[in-house]
Design a protein around this ligand. Structure first.
Ligand code: F3S
Length: 403
Protein backbone atom coordinates (compact mmCIF):
# COMPACT_ATOMS: atom_id res chain seq x y z
CA UNK A 1 0.00 0.00 0.00
CA UNK A 2 1.14 3.50 -0.73
CA UNK A 3 1.19 5.60 2.44
CA UNK A 4 1.56 9.37 2.68
CA UNK A 5 4.47 10.72 4.74
CA UNK A 6 2.11 11.36 7.64
CA UNK A 7 0.61 7.86 7.47
CA UNK A 8 4.11 6.36 7.31
CA UNK A 9 5.05 8.30 10.46
CA UNK A 10 2.01 6.83 12.23
CA UNK A 11 3.01 3.37 11.00
CA UNK A 12 6.58 3.87 12.24
CA UNK A 13 5.40 4.81 15.72
CA UNK A 14 6.29 8.52 15.67
CA UNK A 15 2.91 9.37 17.19
CA UNK A 16 3.03 6.73 19.90
CA UNK A 17 2.12 3.10 20.22
CA UNK A 18 -1.67 3.52 20.18
CA UNK A 19 -1.53 5.28 16.82
CA UNK A 20 1.03 2.80 15.51
CA UNK A 21 -1.16 -0.21 16.37
CA UNK A 22 -4.12 1.55 14.72
CA UNK A 23 -2.22 2.21 11.49
CA UNK A 24 -0.99 -1.39 11.48
CA UNK A 25 -4.62 -2.56 11.66
CA UNK A 26 -5.61 -0.29 8.77
CA UNK A 27 -2.64 -1.36 6.61
CA UNK A 28 -3.36 -5.04 7.29
CA UNK A 29 -7.00 -4.52 6.27
CA UNK A 30 -5.96 -2.57 3.18
CA UNK A 31 -3.65 -5.41 2.12
CA UNK A 32 -6.40 -8.01 2.54
CA UNK A 33 -8.73 -6.01 0.29
CA UNK A 34 -6.06 -4.82 -2.17
CA UNK A 35 -6.49 -1.14 -1.33
CA UNK A 36 -3.89 1.01 -3.07
CA UNK A 37 -3.96 3.80 -0.54
CA UNK A 38 -5.72 5.29 2.48
CA UNK A 39 -8.50 7.85 2.22
CA UNK A 40 -9.24 10.58 4.80
CA UNK A 41 -12.55 10.22 6.65
CA UNK A 42 -14.67 13.05 8.02
CA UNK A 43 -16.41 11.06 10.75
CA UNK A 44 -16.15 7.74 12.49
CA UNK A 45 -18.78 5.76 14.37
CA UNK A 46 -17.51 3.09 16.74
CA UNK A 47 -19.65 0.06 17.60
CA UNK A 48 -18.76 -2.41 20.33
CA UNK A 49 -19.67 -0.20 23.26
CA UNK A 50 -21.92 -2.40 25.36
CA UNK A 51 -20.36 -4.63 27.99
CA UNK A 52 -22.98 -7.19 26.95
CA UNK A 53 -21.48 -7.47 23.45
CA UNK A 54 -17.74 -6.89 24.02
CA UNK A 55 -17.23 -8.44 27.48
CA UNK A 56 -13.97 -8.29 29.40
CA UNK A 57 -11.79 -8.95 26.35
CA UNK A 58 -13.22 -5.91 24.56
CA UNK A 59 -12.93 -3.73 27.64
CA UNK A 60 -9.27 -4.72 28.07
CA UNK A 61 -8.55 -3.91 24.42
CA UNK A 62 -9.92 -0.37 24.58
CA UNK A 63 -8.29 0.26 27.95
CA UNK A 64 -4.99 -0.88 26.48
CA UNK A 65 -5.38 1.41 23.46
CA UNK A 66 -6.08 4.31 25.79
CA UNK A 67 -3.09 3.49 27.99
CA UNK A 68 -0.89 3.39 24.87
CA UNK A 69 -1.82 7.00 24.15
CA UNK A 70 -4.39 6.46 21.37
CA UNK A 71 -6.43 9.64 20.73
CA UNK A 72 -8.87 10.33 17.92
CA UNK A 73 -7.97 12.93 15.32
CA UNK A 74 -11.30 13.16 13.47
CA UNK A 75 -14.83 13.47 14.92
CA UNK A 76 -15.59 10.04 16.34
CA UNK A 77 -18.89 8.92 17.87
CA UNK A 78 -20.12 5.96 19.90
CA UNK A 79 -22.84 3.40 19.24
CA UNK A 80 -25.40 2.48 21.94
CA UNK A 81 -23.96 1.20 25.20
CA UNK A 82 -25.38 -1.38 27.61
CA UNK A 83 -27.39 1.01 29.74
CA UNK A 84 -28.98 4.42 30.09
CA UNK A 85 -26.44 6.49 32.02
CA UNK A 86 -29.18 8.08 34.14
CA UNK A 87 -31.89 5.44 34.49
CA UNK A 88 -29.90 2.21 34.73
CA UNK A 89 -30.75 1.50 38.36
CA UNK A 90 -34.50 1.96 37.84
CA UNK A 91 -34.30 -0.25 34.78
CA UNK A 92 -32.86 -3.20 36.67
CA UNK A 93 -29.31 -3.19 35.28
CA UNK A 94 -27.13 -5.18 37.71
CA UNK A 95 -24.42 -3.27 39.62
CA UNK A 96 -21.56 -5.46 38.33
CA UNK A 97 -22.67 -4.81 34.73
CA UNK A 98 -22.93 -1.07 35.35
CA UNK A 99 -19.43 -0.98 36.86
CA UNK A 100 -17.93 -2.59 33.75
CA UNK A 101 -20.02 -0.37 31.47
CA UNK A 102 -18.76 2.75 33.23
CA UNK A 103 -15.18 1.54 32.68
CA UNK A 104 -15.98 1.25 28.96
CA UNK A 105 -17.39 4.80 28.94
CA UNK A 106 -14.21 6.08 30.58
CA UNK A 107 -11.87 4.24 28.24
CA UNK A 108 -13.59 5.43 25.05
CA UNK A 109 -14.20 8.96 26.23
CA UNK A 110 -10.57 9.10 27.42
CA UNK A 111 -9.52 8.65 23.79
CA UNK A 112 -11.52 11.71 22.80
CA UNK A 113 -14.60 9.93 21.44
CA UNK A 114 -17.94 11.76 21.73
CA UNK A 115 -20.40 10.09 24.09
CA UNK A 116 -23.28 10.02 21.59
CA UNK A 117 -24.25 6.39 22.32
CA UNK A 118 -26.57 6.13 19.34
CA UNK A 119 -26.98 4.12 16.15
CA UNK A 120 -28.67 7.11 14.50
CA UNK A 121 -25.98 9.81 14.56
CA UNK A 122 -27.69 11.25 11.47
CA UNK A 123 -30.66 12.25 13.68
CA UNK A 124 -28.49 14.36 15.96
CA UNK A 125 -26.72 16.44 13.36
CA UNK A 126 -24.00 14.05 12.16
CA UNK A 127 -25.09 13.84 8.54
CA UNK A 128 -22.30 13.18 6.05
CA UNK A 129 -23.08 14.42 2.55
CA UNK A 130 -23.28 12.64 -0.78
CA UNK A 131 -19.82 11.33 -1.69
CA UNK A 132 -18.28 12.03 1.72
CA UNK A 133 -15.94 9.31 3.03
CA UNK A 134 -16.58 8.05 6.56
CA UNK A 135 -15.87 4.93 8.64
CA UNK A 136 -18.97 3.79 10.50
CA UNK A 137 -19.50 0.44 12.14
CA UNK A 138 -23.08 -0.13 13.29
CA UNK A 139 -24.84 -2.06 10.54
CA UNK A 140 -28.05 0.02 10.33
CA UNK A 141 -26.08 3.28 10.45
CA UNK A 142 -23.82 2.01 7.66
CA UNK A 143 -26.83 1.13 5.49
CA UNK A 144 -28.43 4.53 6.14
CA UNK A 145 -25.25 6.53 5.54
CA UNK A 146 -24.41 4.72 2.28
CA UNK A 147 -27.92 4.46 0.89
CA UNK A 148 -29.98 7.40 2.14
CA UNK A 149 -27.25 10.01 2.53
CA UNK A 150 -25.00 8.71 -0.26
CA UNK A 151 -21.90 8.82 1.95
CA UNK A 152 -19.19 6.18 1.51
CA UNK A 153 -18.38 3.65 4.20
CA UNK A 154 -17.41 0.02 4.34
CA UNK A 155 -18.80 -2.23 7.05
CA UNK A 156 -16.23 -1.43 9.70
CA UNK A 157 -15.77 -3.57 12.76
CA UNK A 158 -15.35 -1.88 16.15
CA UNK A 159 -11.50 -2.09 16.15
CA UNK A 160 -11.09 -0.94 12.52
CA UNK A 161 -13.45 2.01 13.11
CA UNK A 162 -11.53 2.95 16.26
CA UNK A 163 -8.29 2.73 14.26
CA UNK A 164 -9.81 5.01 11.59
CA UNK A 165 -10.79 7.53 14.26
CA UNK A 166 -7.27 7.51 15.69
CA UNK A 167 -5.52 7.80 12.31
CA UNK A 168 -8.17 9.86 10.47
CA UNK A 169 -8.04 7.57 7.43
CA UNK A 170 -9.39 4.24 6.20
CA UNK A 171 -8.24 1.87 3.45
CA UNK A 172 -9.63 2.95 0.09
CA UNK A 173 -11.52 -0.08 -1.21
CA UNK A 174 -15.05 -1.48 -1.47
CA UNK A 175 -17.83 1.03 -1.00
CA UNK A 176 -15.40 3.97 -1.07
CA UNK A 177 -14.99 3.29 -4.81
CA UNK A 178 -17.78 4.46 -7.15
CA UNK A 179 -17.11 1.45 -9.38
CA UNK A 180 -18.13 -0.89 -6.53
CA UNK A 181 -21.38 0.84 -5.67
CA UNK A 182 -23.60 -1.14 -8.02
CA UNK A 183 -26.57 -3.34 -7.24
CA UNK A 184 -26.29 -7.02 -8.08
CA UNK A 185 -30.04 -7.57 -7.63
CA UNK A 186 -32.93 -5.45 -8.87
CA UNK A 187 -36.26 -6.11 -7.16
CA UNK A 188 -39.66 -5.89 -8.73
CA UNK A 189 -42.10 -5.51 -5.85
CA UNK A 190 -45.46 -7.18 -6.51
CA UNK A 191 -48.53 -4.92 -6.58
CA UNK A 192 -50.15 -6.79 -3.69
CA UNK A 193 -47.45 -5.63 -1.27
CA UNK A 194 -48.56 -2.51 0.57
CA UNK A 195 -46.11 -0.35 2.51
CA UNK A 196 -48.21 1.63 4.97
CA UNK A 197 -46.14 1.72 8.13
CA UNK A 198 -42.43 1.60 8.93
CA UNK A 199 -42.79 -1.90 10.33
CA UNK A 200 -43.84 -3.00 6.81
CA UNK A 201 -40.45 -1.79 5.58
CA UNK A 202 -38.77 -3.77 8.37
CA UNK A 203 -40.66 -6.92 7.46
CA UNK A 204 -39.79 -6.51 3.78
CA UNK A 205 -36.15 -5.90 4.77
CA UNK A 206 -35.98 -9.23 6.58
CA UNK A 207 -36.97 -11.05 3.39
CA UNK A 208 -34.81 -8.97 1.04
CA UNK A 209 -31.77 -9.33 3.33
CA UNK A 210 -31.99 -13.12 3.31
CA UNK A 211 -32.26 -13.13 -0.50
CA UNK A 212 -29.30 -10.84 -1.27
CA UNK A 213 -27.06 -11.70 1.72
CA UNK A 214 -24.19 -9.18 1.77
CA UNK A 215 -24.85 -7.86 -1.74
CA UNK A 216 -26.51 -4.60 -2.71
CA UNK A 217 -30.18 -4.60 -3.78
CA UNK A 218 -32.01 -2.01 -5.87
CA UNK A 219 -35.76 -1.51 -5.57
CA UNK A 220 -37.30 -0.46 -8.84
CA UNK A 221 -40.82 0.32 -7.70
CA UNK A 222 -40.92 0.85 -3.94
CA UNK A 223 -43.92 3.05 -3.03
CA UNK A 224 -45.74 3.90 0.17
CA UNK A 225 -49.52 3.97 0.26
CA UNK A 226 -50.87 7.45 0.86
CA UNK A 227 -47.59 9.27 1.50
CA UNK A 228 -43.96 9.62 0.51
CA UNK A 229 -41.38 7.15 1.83
CA UNK A 230 -39.61 8.95 4.67
CA UNK A 231 -36.26 8.57 6.43
CA UNK A 232 -37.74 6.52 9.27
CA UNK A 233 -39.12 4.02 6.74
CA UNK A 234 -35.69 3.72 5.09
CA UNK A 235 -34.05 3.43 8.50
CA UNK A 236 -36.23 0.40 9.32
CA UNK A 237 -35.70 -1.11 5.86
CA UNK A 238 -31.90 -0.79 5.98
CA UNK A 239 -31.64 -2.05 9.56
CA UNK A 240 -33.64 -5.20 8.77
CA UNK A 241 -31.66 -5.98 5.61
CA UNK A 242 -28.40 -5.44 7.48
CA UNK A 243 -29.54 -7.79 10.24
CA UNK A 244 -30.95 -10.50 7.97
CA UNK A 245 -28.23 -10.39 5.37
CA UNK A 246 -25.39 -7.89 6.16
CA UNK A 247 -26.55 -5.46 3.45
CA UNK A 248 -24.47 -2.24 3.64
CA UNK A 249 -26.00 -0.38 0.66
CA UNK A 250 -29.33 -0.34 -1.17
CA UNK A 251 -30.97 1.80 -3.80
CA UNK A 252 -34.62 2.75 -4.23
CA UNK A 253 -35.62 4.43 -7.49
CA UNK A 254 -36.58 8.09 -7.10
CA UNK A 255 -35.97 7.82 -3.34
CA UNK A 256 -32.23 7.35 -2.69
CA UNK A 257 -29.65 9.74 -4.17
CA UNK A 258 -27.97 6.97 -6.18
CA UNK A 259 -29.38 4.14 -8.30
CA UNK A 260 -26.69 2.08 -10.00
CA UNK A 261 -26.98 -1.43 -11.41
CA UNK A 262 -24.14 -3.77 -12.25
CA UNK A 263 -23.93 -5.11 -15.82
CA UNK A 264 -24.92 -8.61 -14.74
CA UNK A 265 -27.79 -7.50 -12.49
CA UNK A 266 -30.23 -10.26 -11.56
CA UNK A 267 -33.98 -9.63 -11.30
CA UNK A 268 -35.96 -10.78 -8.26
CA UNK A 269 -39.67 -10.53 -7.52
CA UNK A 270 -41.05 -10.43 -3.98
CA UNK A 271 -44.72 -11.14 -3.43
CA UNK A 272 -47.08 -10.73 -0.49
CA UNK A 273 -46.95 -14.49 0.02
CA UNK A 274 -43.18 -14.23 0.66
CA UNK A 275 -43.77 -11.57 3.29
CA UNK A 276 -46.63 -13.50 4.91
CA UNK A 277 -44.23 -16.40 5.40
CA UNK A 278 -41.69 -14.17 7.13
CA UNK A 279 -44.47 -12.62 9.18
CA UNK A 280 -45.56 -16.02 10.44
CA UNK A 281 -42.05 -17.06 11.40
CA UNK A 282 -41.41 -13.99 13.57
CA UNK A 283 -44.20 -14.25 16.09
CA UNK A 284 -47.80 -13.21 16.65
CA UNK A 285 -49.11 -9.64 16.43
CA UNK A 286 -49.74 -9.34 20.16
CA UNK A 287 -48.95 -7.13 23.12
CA UNK A 288 -46.58 -8.77 25.57
CA UNK A 289 -44.98 -7.71 28.86
CA UNK A 290 -43.06 -4.93 27.14
CA UNK A 291 -43.45 -2.96 23.91
CA UNK A 292 -39.92 -1.98 22.89
CA UNK A 293 -39.49 0.48 20.02
CA UNK A 294 -36.64 2.56 18.64
CA UNK A 295 -34.56 0.04 16.70
CA UNK A 296 -32.82 1.90 15.11
CA UNK A 297 -33.09 4.73 17.64
CA UNK A 298 -36.30 6.71 17.33
CA UNK A 299 -36.61 10.11 15.71
CA UNK A 300 -38.53 12.94 17.34
CA UNK A 301 -41.23 12.39 14.72
CA UNK A 302 -41.69 8.79 15.85
CA UNK A 303 -41.98 9.95 19.46
CA UNK A 304 -44.50 12.59 18.39
CA UNK A 305 -46.61 9.87 16.75
CA UNK A 306 -46.53 7.82 19.96
CA UNK A 307 -47.58 10.86 21.98
CA UNK A 308 -50.56 11.37 19.68
CA UNK A 309 -51.59 7.78 20.31
CA UNK A 310 -51.23 8.20 24.06
CA UNK A 311 -52.78 11.64 24.53
CA UNK A 312 -56.30 10.48 24.98
CA UNK A 313 -57.64 7.66 26.95
CA UNK A 314 -56.39 5.01 29.21
CA UNK A 315 -53.01 4.15 30.57
CA UNK A 316 -50.95 1.39 28.98
CA UNK A 317 -51.43 -2.09 30.38
CA UNK A 318 -47.95 -3.15 29.27
CA UNK A 319 -44.57 -1.47 29.67
CA UNK A 320 -43.50 0.79 26.78
CA UNK A 321 -39.81 1.61 26.36
CA UNK A 322 -38.81 3.97 23.56
CA UNK A 323 -35.09 4.00 22.75
CA UNK A 324 -33.43 7.07 21.24
CA UNK A 325 -30.35 9.28 21.29
CA UNK A 326 -30.03 11.49 24.38
CA UNK A 327 -30.46 14.78 22.45
CA UNK A 328 -33.73 13.42 21.01
CA UNK A 329 -34.90 12.53 24.53
CA UNK A 330 -34.06 16.07 25.60
CA UNK A 331 -36.07 17.53 22.71
CA UNK A 332 -38.97 15.24 23.65
CA UNK A 333 -38.76 16.52 27.20
CA UNK A 334 -38.74 20.16 26.08
CA UNK A 335 -41.83 19.58 23.94
CA UNK A 336 -43.69 18.00 26.83
CA UNK A 337 -43.71 14.55 25.18
CA UNK A 338 -41.72 12.85 27.93
CA UNK A 339 -44.33 13.76 30.53
CA UNK A 340 -47.20 12.44 28.40
CA UNK A 341 -45.32 9.18 27.81
CA UNK A 342 -44.39 8.77 31.46
CA UNK A 343 -47.92 9.62 32.61
CA UNK A 344 -49.22 6.84 30.36
CA UNK A 345 -46.77 4.41 31.96
CA UNK A 346 -44.05 4.52 29.28
CA UNK A 347 -40.38 5.46 29.40
CA UNK A 348 -37.94 7.14 27.02
CA UNK A 349 -34.54 5.46 27.27
CA UNK A 350 -31.29 6.95 25.96
CA UNK A 351 -27.72 5.66 25.38
CA UNK A 352 -28.74 2.03 24.86
CA UNK A 353 -31.27 -0.26 23.18
CA UNK A 354 -33.36 -3.38 23.72
CA UNK A 355 -30.73 -5.60 22.10
CA UNK A 356 -27.41 -4.43 23.61
CA UNK A 357 -28.73 -3.84 27.14
CA UNK A 358 -29.24 -6.70 29.63
CA UNK A 359 -33.03 -6.37 29.20
CA UNK A 360 -33.43 -10.06 30.07
CA UNK A 361 -32.48 -9.21 33.67
CA UNK A 362 -35.73 -7.30 34.18
CA UNK A 363 -38.13 -8.54 31.47
CA UNK A 364 -39.02 -12.14 32.01
CA UNK A 365 -41.82 -12.45 29.45
CA UNK A 366 -42.25 -11.81 25.74
CA UNK A 367 -41.27 -8.52 24.08
CA UNK A 368 -43.41 -6.86 21.40
CA UNK A 369 -41.44 -5.02 18.71
CA UNK A 370 -42.21 -3.13 15.51
CA UNK A 371 -38.73 -3.43 14.01
CA UNK A 372 -37.46 -6.19 11.73
CA UNK A 373 -33.97 -5.89 13.19
CA UNK A 374 -35.22 -6.16 16.78
CA UNK A 375 -37.38 -9.14 15.80
CA UNK A 376 -34.26 -10.82 14.46
CA UNK A 377 -31.94 -10.10 17.41
CA UNK A 378 -34.07 -10.06 20.57
CA UNK A 379 -34.60 -13.86 20.56
CA UNK A 380 -30.88 -14.61 20.22
CA UNK A 381 -29.28 -11.73 22.13
CA UNK A 382 -31.88 -11.45 24.92
CA UNK A 383 -33.32 -14.99 24.94
CA UNK A 384 -36.87 -13.64 24.82
CA UNK A 385 -39.63 -14.49 22.35
CA UNK A 386 -40.97 -11.60 20.30
CA UNK A 387 -44.35 -10.48 19.08
CA UNK A 388 -44.29 -8.25 16.01
CA UNK A 389 -46.76 -5.62 14.91
CA UNK A 390 -47.32 -2.02 13.89
CA UNK A 391 -46.64 0.32 16.78
CA UNK A 392 -50.01 2.06 16.55
CA UNK A 393 -51.78 -1.31 16.81
CA UNK A 394 -49.59 -2.47 19.69
CA UNK A 395 -50.23 0.73 21.66
CA UNK A 396 -53.96 0.61 20.98
CA UNK A 397 -54.12 -3.00 22.17
CA UNK A 398 -52.06 -2.21 25.24
CA UNK A 399 -54.44 0.60 26.18
CA UNK A 400 -57.41 -1.69 25.78
CA UNK A 401 -55.70 -4.43 27.77
CA UNK A 402 -55.88 -6.79 24.78
CA UNK A 403 -53.28 -9.55 24.53
FE1 F3S B 1 -29.65 0.41 17.03
FE2 F3S B 1 -29.73 -1.40 18.91
FE3 F3S B 1 -31.34 -1.62 16.86
S1 F3S B 1 -27.92 -0.49 18.06
S2 F3S B 1 -30.26 -0.66 15.19
S3 F3S B 1 -31.36 0.03 18.36
S4 F3S B 1 -30.21 -3.26 17.80
Amino acid sequence: MELTKEEQKMFDGEYGEGTQISMEILVALGKIYNAENMIPVTSVQVAGVSYKTIGDAGLEYIQEMKSKGARTRVPTFLNPAGMDREQWKEMGVPEHFAKKQIEIFEAYEGMGISPTYTCTPYLIGIRPKLGEHIAWSESSAIAFANSVLGARTNREGGPSALAAGICGVTPNYGLHLDSERKAKYEFEIAEDIKFEDRSDFGLFGLKAGVLVKNNYPAFKNMKKSGSQINEDDLKYLGAAMAAAGSVPLFFAKDVTPEYNLSDDVEKITITKKDLDEVREQIGPDKVAELIATGCPHASLKEIEEIVNLLKEGKKLKSKLWIYCARPIRKQAEEKGYLKIIEDAGGRIVADTCMVVSPIEESIKGTISVNSGKAAKYVPTMCKRDVCFGRLADLIKKSKEGEQ
